[in-house]
Design a protein around this ligand. Structure first.
Ligand code: NPW
Ligand code: K
Length: 511
């Protein structure tokens, strides 16, 4: 697990290191400069032409320290210190006076020269407003060098990218490589910031871990190696009942694919048994394509007793993919939410029905806390939350957390970067796997399926986060094989099987 912080949380960590642990700020700055140096070392030679654009805060201080490290190796860098030098931060001022003592020239204006590498240390986590004036000129100059082929390296975060939201404040540097200090910041991974960071590497600069339960940062993310420890062991003596009985309520007339894709994924993700409730028109297709599933099909109104029995049989209910919003679908959703305690994953039309029907909202409010996972895309989310798209996009994590708390549900807010919020005060999961090829029909059905299967054996929030992570990773594998343009949701489902196969093999190797 990796923590992802906001600028405020980063400042608090800096302060803990400096005030409580007594690590001088200049030591942290030296570590920051050494980190950047180690990342660019491979490209350095005596003939390389380097420009460093430094601001007046500590991000600028990192750049001035880097200039000294380069000078030590006999490498000259043109240094441009942009801004009012009367307002230098203390550490930046100290770095400047060291350079002066060493006879290293610092310029106040950029020159029209050519550079192989440009280092951006105008602003880091201290950016508080839109970039204008001389700073804007400097950002544009850096981007101009980048367009002409210079390697652009951002220190901590590209100047102009808001570390909390990934938004561009006025204008921003487009980097090839970003050396993030101590922790990744939300702005590195949220769009559009993510596109401007290029490749992001996180370097430890010696700030001691100070997060405790109850005082955790805003976000966390999984790495591939984390998943081995999270996925449940399969009991060698288990039977099909042990691995989860999943009831899938999906698919309506003309919407057979959703039930099929989701159902296949549920079984491919390790569930023991699957029962599908769907419209009669889908019966033949499902029996032919997924003979492993049990099925109850309804013609006209679903038989309530049969539905009730199926709900009672299930460990987990996955509902909503392609069920439509007609009265049959509404009745099914009423019955699912009515019992109020089974673990449930609700997607697509299931969410649209909740957004439309007050009676369903009431039932969801009364449902046992933490037992339902909602998986809305932004359109479904704003209907559920009753807010505009612009409002949601202003701060998705905030609104996901708010609604999760209100309904007592886990919410996986699907988007280019999916966020998962829990109803308690836990950190928001920020997913870093996946690609734009996954914006394809049926991709959401596959996600609901994998989360449903994992919910049979994992704690709820973990099932949602882990499902989102694996779905993205499988999407990356599908994109590699099929290409982002041509990949299908069924390719993601197929790769999930491969991924889980590899995971099982890895685990067995370690035993
Ligand atoms: N001990 C530590 O903390 C360590 C920090 N480290 C490094 O420091 C970075 C954080 O440093 P920082 O807090 O000094 O902020 P930074 O990003 O350099 O800029 C702040 C300055 O910019 C100004 N300003 C803001 N917005 C502006 C705008 N739009 N247009 C114009 N001015 C604007 C603001 O001035 P003001 O708002 O007061 O006008 C202030 O003067 C961090 O990312 C990492 O690289 C590492 O060395 C490790 C140890
Ligand atoms: K920067």
């Amino acid at each position: 697990m990796e923590y992802i912080v906001t600028s405020k949380e980063m400042r608090e960590c800096d302060m803990t290191a400096i005030k409580d642990c007594g690590i001088p700020a200049m030591v942290l700055m030296e570590r920051a400069a050494l980190s950047v140096f180690s990342e660019i070392e491979a490209f350095l030679s005596e003939t390389i032409r380097i420009a460093i654009f430094a601001g007046c805060g500590n991000n600028g201080g990192d750049g001035l320290a880097l200039a000294r490290l380069l000078a030590e190796k006999g490498i000259h860098a043109d240094i441009f210190l942009i801004g009012n030098t009367e307002k230098l931060s203390m550490e930046c001022g100290s770095q400047l006076s060291i350079l002066k003592q060493l006879g290293i020239t610092v310029n106040s204006k950029s020159a029209k020269a050519e550079y192989d590498m440009v280092v951006d240390c105008l602003f880091g986590t201290g950016l508080t407003r839109e970039i204008t004036g001389i700073y804007e000129e400097a950002v544009r100059a850096i981007n101009c060098y980048g367009e002409k082929g210079s390697r652009v390296i951002a220190v901590d975060i590209p100047s102009g990218v808001c570390a909390d939201s990934g938004k561009i404040l006025g204008c921003a540097v487009k980097a090839e490589l970003t050396v993030a200090l101590q922790y990744g910041k939300a702005g590195h991974y949220l769009y559009p910031g993510k596109m401007l960071c290029g490749h992001t590497v996180v370097h430890n600069i010696g700030i001691p871990e100070s997060f405790k339960s109850g005082k955790e940062p805003s976000f966390f993310s999984y790495r591939e190696e984390d998943i081995h420890g999270i996925l449940p062991e399969r009991a060698a003596f288990g039977n099909k009942g042990t691995f989860g009985r999943i009831l899938l309520v999906a698919g309506s007339r003309d919407m057979a694919g959703a039930a099929l894709l989701c159902g296949k994924t549920i079984l491919r993700s390790g569930a023991g048994m699957l029962k599908i409730i769907t419209a009669a028109e889908n019966r033949d297709l499902i029996l032919r394509e997924l003979p492993e599933a049990m099925i109850y099909t309804y013609e006209g109104k679903p038989e309530e007793e049969k539905v009730r029995q199926s709900i009672a049989w299930a460990d987990v209910i996955v509902a909503g993919c392609g069920i439509s919003t007609d009265e049959n679908a509404e009745l099914l959703m009423e019955m699912i939410l009515e019992q109020g305690e089974k673990r449930a994953v609700i997607d697509a039309d299931g969410l649209n029905l909740i957004a439309r029907e007050g009676s369903l909202q009431e039932k969801l409010l009364k449902y046992q806390k933490g037992r339902v996972i909602l998986t809305p895309h932004p359109g479904e989310f704003i209907r559920l939350a009753g807010i505009s798209m612009n409002t949601y996009k202003e701060n998705p994590a905030f609104y996901l957390k708010k609604l999760a708390k209100e309904y007592g549900c886990v919410i996986a807010g699907k988007d280019a970067v999916t966020l998962v919020a829990s109803p308690d005060e836990r950190m928001v999961y920020l997913n870093r796997t996946g690609n734009d090829g996954m914006a394809t029909a049926g991709s959401g059905d596959v996600l609901a399926g994998v989360i449903g299967a994992l919910s049979a054996s994992l704690e709820y929030f973990q099932a949602a986060c882990c499902g989102v992570f694996l779905h993205g990773l499988a999407g990356d594998m599908a994109a590699e094989k099929q290409g982002k343009r041509g990949m299908l949701a069924s390719d993601i489902s197929a790769e999930l099987k491969e991924l889980l196969k590899e995971e099982t093999a890895e685990r067995e190797k370690r035993i």
